[in-house]
Design a protein around this ligand. Structure first.
Ligand SMILES: Cc1cc2nc3c(=O)[nH]c(=O)nc-3n(C[C@H](O)[C@H](O)[C@H](O)COP(=O)(O)OP(=O)(O)OC[C@H]3O[C@@H](n4cnc5c(N)ncnc54)[C@H](O)[C@@H]3O)c2cc1C
Length: 475
């Protein structure tokens, strides 16, 4: 019996006991946590929503219009539906991201933004094509009229807002403002663009005067509004009832801190080892100041939850100053950096720097549950002092079938681990060429390291479905 189970069989039944009992029927618990639509179902729903306006327009609109007019209105119908769906995709709903992962959902959100921008930019231009064919000289006056006429004003405003909004999102890191300011402006500009787009289509759209299509637009707008209401009002209200307290904040490496939280309520967030949560500490649940961090403690440590946080920007730069007793809130769990339900093969963890945080959660949970799975850990840092939880790792290596390889790019004299970067040559020397293509890999670390490791693994013949990666940045 594991230490976690023993500890939980002593006192009266608590929420944690319940969690642990669910953990005993692992697949049940996984299903609860990773709930949501699967990839094909999501794709089907997405296509249904964004193509429905087109189908309704074809069924209800007048026939026999010229091709370019049809194309112009078709682009607008699909583009606008995609714009409304963007609100739902970015709402961190587990129905959408629970199974496919929030990183994939955000990637779809970004790609859809590019596509809808293209559709909506081309929408007015398509109307100009017949004039271009008849008399190229008429195109500019035609477009000038389109962009200045009173009737098209809301459409032009939506158009211009999108032309600002989408590039701002893609070059966000280069903007001279805080992430939170960008996030607030992103939501506001998107809502304005969608609102103006709705006004435009309902007032001058040649197809949307049919009640079926007008009703669909209002329904989509309603869903998007409910999404905003849920994200900015309902969810914070729910979080408000589930506060956590910072119980410890200690430095665990240069510029890296471990924050531990304990719930002030009896419904601690359940999670799978390796997942992450948005952490809001020292503000109110209504604040936009929240940041995603992998949970580095194990589910077996619940109700306490721990994070290992490296200083990098304005919020993390002051993480060491957060006093014990500060109130915090969590939005989670999210993420797919988790061990599959019933693994049989060796698990190989390749982590760099603070990217080790979710790996530590998995290792801690495997230790707590007495796992006998063969494990390899390749953990890279620049200098020795940056190695997180070294004592605990060495104890694990003595207790579990864990092949522990610490790698330093600037090793001190007499260093007994590996020296260099987590690159192709080093991986080739550590992973048995006869077997490595059949193992399961978990990769997390700085983006260049992740790119190089993933590239190397694919070169070793590891199928990409056997490489599970956690990116600490969505773009
Ligand atoms: C899934 C995931 C897990 C992570 N786990 C860890 C971890 O265990 N330990 C750790 O030290 N770091 C982790 N990070 C990185 C951490 O979130 C950022 O370092 C932190 O948010 C930076 O905030 P800042 O204000 O200090 O820096 P800033 O300079 O304000 O932000 C730097 C960048 O961090 C990202 N970021 C900031 N705020 C948010 C937000 N609210 N939502 C999404 N992205 C944001 C943006 O890309 C931004 O450009 C993780 C990131 C992700 C996406």
């Amino acid at each position: 019996m594991t230490r976690g189970l023993q500890a939980r069989q002593r006192g009266p039944a608590t929420r944690t006991d319940r969690i642990f009992r669910i953990a005993a029927t692992g697949s049940n618990r996984r299903q609860q946590i990773l709930r949501g639509l699967n990839g094909p179902a999501l794709l089907g729903l997405y296509l249904l929503v964004v193509l429905l306006p087109l189908v309704l327009a074809a069924l209800t609109g007048p026939a026999g219009r010229n091709f370019w007019r049809e194309l112009g209105s078709g682009l607008a119908l699909v583009g606008l539906a995609m714009l409304w769906f963007e609100f739902v995709l970015s709402g961190r709903f587990r129905t959408f991201s629970g199974k496919v992962g929030i990183d994939i959902t955000m990637r779809v959100h970004q790609l859809a933004a590019l596509a809808l921008l293209g559709f909506l930019v081309l929408h007015p231009l398509a109307y100009a094509v017949p004039r271009l064919a008849d008399d190229p000289g008429r195109v500019l006056p035609f477009l000038a009229r389109l962009f200045t006429a009173e009737a098209y004003r809301s459409g032009v405003l939506a158009w211009l807002l999108l032309l600002v909004l989408v590039p701002m999102a893609f070059w966000r890191d280069r903007l001279p403002c805080r992430y939170e300011a960008w996030r607030a402006s992103h939501g506001l500009l998107a809502a304005l663009a969608a609102g103006f787009g709705l006004h435009h289509t309902l007032s001058v759209g040649s197809r949307s005067d049919h009640p079926a299509l007008a009703g669909l637009w209002l329904a989509l707008a309603g869903v998007a509004l409910l999404t905003l209401l849920f994200v900015y009002v309902v969810k914070p209200l729910l979080q408000h009832r589930r506060p956590y307290l910072v119980t410890a904040n200690r430095q665990v490496a240069p510029r890296t801190w471990e924050l531990r939280l304990r719930p002030e309520h009896d419904a601690a967030m359940d999670f799978l080892a390796g997942q992450f949560a948005w952490l809001n500490v020292g503000h109110s649940p209504f604040s936009l100041t929240e940041h995603p961090f992998s949970i580095s403690s194990a589910p077996a440590d619940l109700p306490e939850v721990g994070f290992s946080i490296k200083q990098s920007g304005d919020f993390t730069g002051r993480i060491g100053e957060v006093p014990v007793g500060t109130r915090a809130w969590l939005d989670g769990p999210h993420g797919h950096f988790v061990v599959p339900a019933d693994p049989h093969e060796r698990l190989v963890f390749i982590a760099g720097g603070v990217g080790f945080a979710p790996v530590m959660s998995i290792l801690r949970q495997l230790r707590a549950t007495g796992s006998k799975l063969p494990l390899t850990l390749l953990y890279g840092n620049r200098i020795e002092a940056q190695v997180l939880y070294r004592g605990e790792l060495e104890a694990m290596a003595a207790e579990m079938p864990l092949d522990l390889r610490l790698v330093l790019s600037e090793p001190p004299p007499g260093w007994r681990g590996l020296a260099g970067q987590l690159s192709g040559d080093l991986l080739a020397g550590c992973l048995d060429p006869e077997r490595r293509s059949g193992w399961l890999y978990f990769v997390c670390g700085p983006p260049p390291m992740m790119r190089s490791v993933e590239h190397t693994l694919v070169g070793f013949g590891v199928p990409s479905r056997r490489i599970i990666a956690e990116h600490f940045k969505y773009d």
